[in-house]
Write a protein that binds this ligand. Structure first.
Ligand code: TZP
Ligand code: MG
Length: 215
């Protein structure tokens, strides 16, 4: 296997759904299946916050979600947890600046997809140099799905990074919904990453479909 190409990565990033069991009111596998039916292009299992699953329940849910992604033909990414990603045979891992070192994670996961959150030009350059396949940039808008975020950077920050020579695949995150998704696309991101716009939608399938149509 070889590292994923930038063009393939960009395609996968278009509609990037992130969720864990605490983000949904209906069972997550049901919500994920609807999101897949609506056209999401990649999924990240991010089990965090009050009441997050641990131990066997955490692993079992991950396994179920991975199978749905496999059947749906989309990559399954695990947030933060390299051991779980390897145990489940995930397609990749996403880490933040406060998580494990990018070089170490790249070494552990081989050619699997590696996403890294970056908030400055320096963080972006370093992550790519150390082996990231894509960058997560945000929050581009205020969000209530994560309380320890950096300052809101606005959708144009992606275009700023482009102007500073970062041409790697970038997915924007934070407060993205169908009403502001166009601004993100115009800000030169390759993809829209959302939690609540799909996980809290009355109709996750329709929400995913509408986000896809923005492209
Ligand atoms: N990282 C930066 S903002 C955010 C994460 C995980 C939360 C995004 O959630 P939402 O509901 O799409 O604003
Ligand atoms: Mg993290």
């Amino acid at each position: 296997m070889a590292r994923i190409s930038s063009s393939k990565m960009r395609e996968h990033l278009k509609v990037y759904f992130i969720a864990g069991s605490t983000n949904v009111s209906d069972p997550l596998p049901e919500v994920l299946q609807k999101a897949i039916d609506g056209g999401i292009t990649i999924f990240q299992y991010r089990e965090k916050g009050d009441g997050a699953l641990t131990g066997e329940a955490y692993v079992t849910l991950g396994k179920e979600l991975k199978e749905l992604c496999n059947k749906g033909g989309i990559p399954f990414i695990v947030n933060d947890d390299v051991e779980l990603a390897l145990a489940l045979g995930a397609d990749g891992v996403h880490i933040g600046q406060e998580d494990d070192n990018v070089l170490d994670v790249r070494q552990k996961i081989g050619d699997r997809i590696l996403g890294v959150s970056a908030h400055t030009l320096e963080e972006a350059r370093k992550a790519l140099q150390d082996g990231a396949d894509y960058l997560g940039v945000g929050p581009v808008f205020p969000t209530s799905s994560k309380n320890d975020t950096r300052e809101v950077c606005g959708p144009q920050f992606v275009a700023t990074l482009r102007g500073q020579g970062i041409d790697a695949p970038i997915v924007a995150i934070g407060g993205i919904s169908i009403t502001n998704a166009r601004e993100v696309v115009e800000g030169k991101a390759d993809g829209l990453s959302v939690i609540s716009a799909i996980s809290q939608a009355g109709d996750p399938r329709e929400a995913a479909k509408q986000l896809k149509e923005v492209w």
